[in-house]
Design a protein around this ligand. Structure first.
Ligand SMILES: Cc1ncc(COP(=O)(O)OP(=O)(O)O)c(N)n1
Ligand code: TZP
Ligand code: MG
Length: 218
């Protein structure tokens, strides 16, 4: 699978702590079946899996993603991404420098970098990022250390400066409020709770996709 075979339009992120009491692998499979474009395993928080348990869970996620031919990325953990031969890694500004991560990861893997400004986006591009994540766009209670909601102005600014760079909006996004994110020029929306906590996971994935098709800036 070429690393650019898909735009990260509906980008689902999940850890075992985000499934709202449901079986996380069942939630992931429902989302994959409904047609998410990217999946990121983001295992964080109080009861986060570690060691052999995390490895097994990551391998289970990878197998499911392979079955649905969906790119599978790991959040933060370069060692884990390499150990299980994931399709890529997403890192933030507090993680290892992107240029170093790119060297270790190799050119063929996907590298996403969180940015909060044009200057950070420039640095991410120069360091080898394939896409950037920007947020939180809206209020979120999923990330304990999230910055204040930034809206979509930053996405618009980065899109103007780097029209070909895929930008993924993140933070408090669901099908009901995604439109402004598409309009700002995002190539994708990264979503945790709106999908994971949905009564009908497939319906929310479908609605997010529909919001993209309706969005003016796509
Ligand atoms: C697609 C995407 N965008 C942004 C983030 C946030 O990354 P980061 O700022 O490193 O925060 P954590 O997710 O590590 O808490 C992301 N994970 N994915
Ligand atoms: C990981 C992350 N980075 C910025 S906001 C956020 C949390 C997104 O979760 P939700 O989609 O539930 O708001
Ligand atoms: Mg991070």
């Amino acid at each position: 699978m070429s690393k650019f075979s898909r735009v990260p339009a509906v980008y689902f992120i999940l850890g075992t702590g985000n499934a709202g009491g449901k079986d996380p692998l069942a939630v992931l499979e429902a989302a994959l079946k409904a047609g998410i474009d990217y999946f990121q395993l983001r295992e964080k928080g109080q009861n986060a899996l570690e060691g052999a348990e995390l490895l097994k869970f990551a391998l289970d996620c990878k197998e499911l993603c392979r079955r649905y031919e969906t790119p599978f990325l790991i959040n933060d953990d370069l060692e884990l991404a390499r150990a299980i031969d994931a399709d890529g890694l997403h890192i933030g500004q507090d993680d290892a420098p992107a240029s170093m991560v790119r060297k270790i990861l190799g050119a063929e893997k996907l590298l996403g970098v969180s940015v909060h400004s044009l200057a950070e986006a420039k640095h991410a591009v120069e360091s080898g990022a394939d896409y950037v994540g920007m947020g939180p766009v809206f209020q979120t209670s999923t990330k304990a250390d999230a910055k204040a909601p930034a809206g979509v102005a930053g996405i618009q600014q980065v899109k103007d400066a780097y029209p070909k760079l895929p930008i993924v909006g993140i933070g408090g996004i669901g099908s009901e409020n995604a439109e402004s994110v598409w309009k700002a020029g995002a190539a994708g929306v990264a979503v945790i709770s709106a999908i994971a906590h949905a009564e009908d996971v497939a319906a929310e994935v479908t609605a997010l996709r529909a919001s993209a098709l309706d969005g003016v800036g796509k």
